[in-house]
Design a binder for this molecule. Structure first.
Ligand code: GRF
Length: 222
């Protein structure tokens, strides 16, 4: 069984979707641990309720960034993961750590990469007047949010959208996107080969269930 370690910093809704998908068999894997850099991450509660091992490594107790990364690498490794899924993990990781898990570390980012790497993606999409937005699941490489994309979900940007409404519409697609992308990694259908994402039979634009009819109902597009 594929062993997944999930890294979180907060709410953990993607983590929860991954755990539930493992439990109901949609994802052929097991979440062997959830690690947070934030002791107060809400997601830890759900993981504990599911009897999943949790660990906290508080970055604030480290004065040297590299020391945190070294301990994090050791902690992740102690759970012998096949895959490491970052799900709202708000730390930039060292090259050494990323390279150690290269090809096994996956992240979800709320934008249509390569557009809008970094923070505040929803506000930046609105400010730019874009008509499309979405989320990307990608392999983690040393450059921030720049690793090869495994799959993406797309949503329309509506005329009366706020940062919150747009974030919610994107998040609605993220859970299904992450599960499907992870399943492709588990099956070997998606893998990192020569710094690119090899895709067997997957369509990189995963349908997360928002039909065009639903989109029309949601309101007028920009
Ligand atoms: C998601 O929007 C994800 O794309 C981003 O951080 C957010 C985490 O949300 N990386 P959650 O903690 O999974 O609910």
């Amino acid at each position: 069984m594929t062993r997944i370690v999930v890294l979180i910093s907060g709410r953990g809704s993607n983590m929860r979707a991954i755990i539930e998908a493992c439990q109901n068999g949609r994802l052929d894997a097991e979440v062997v641990a959830v690690i947070s850099n934030n002791p107060d991450a809400a997601g830890l509660t759900f993981a504990r309720e599911q009897n999943i091992k949790t660990a906290v490594l508080d970055h604030k107790s480290f004065s040297v960034r590299n020391d945190f990364d070294e301990q994090l690498q050791a902690l992740i490794s102690s759970f012998r993961p096949d895959l490491v899924a970052m799900a709202g993990f708000m730390r930039i990781l060292s090259k050494a750590l990323v390279n150690h898990f290269l090809g096994r570390m996956i992240n979800i980012h709320p934008s249509l990469l390569p557009l809008y790497t970094g923070l505040n993606t929803h506000a930046r999409v609105l400010a730019a007047g874009d008509t499309r937005h979405g989320a990307s699941v990608h392999f983690v490489t040393a450059e921030l949010d720049a690793g090869p994309v495994i799959a993406q979900s797309e949503v329309p940007v509506l005329q009366n959208d706020t940062e919150q409404s747009l974030a919610a519409r994107v998040l609605d697609t993220e859970h299904e996107l992450y599960i499907q992308a992870l399943q492709h990694c588990v099956s070997g259908n998606a893998r990192l080969v020569n710094a690119e994402c090899y895709r067997g039979t997957i369509n990189s634009n995963i349908d997360t269930g928002t039909s065009s009819a639903e989109r029309a109902q949601n309101g007028q597009q920009r």
